[in-house]
Design a protein. Structure first.
Length: 77
């Protein structure tokens, strides 16, 4: 069964609370508050070399939606 995860920005707590109330009875739906904070490291110049051993999954689309709308939905298998 497919699951839906709503990720809501910290700035949209009223939306988070509303979604929790409205979708409380839905078993395949989770609503979470985005726990991320601003980037810890920010440098003007790019790093000399990529140090990560494994590429992380790109979440650019979800990040853009959270920034623009204050929320996004992710489908999980």
């Amino acid at each position: 069964m497919e699951r839906l995860v709503f990720i809501v920005s910290q700035e949209r707590r009223e939306l988070f609370e509303s979604l929790k109330r409205v979708l409380a009875s839905e078993r395949a739906v989770d609503i979470i508050l985005d726990r991320r904070v601003v980037k810890r490291r920010h440098r003007e110049e790019p790093p000399a070399a990529e140090r990560r051993r494994f590429a992380r999954r790109s979440k650019a689309h979800e990040n853009a939606e959270i920034h623009a709308r204050g929320w996004t939905v992710v489908r999980l298998p």
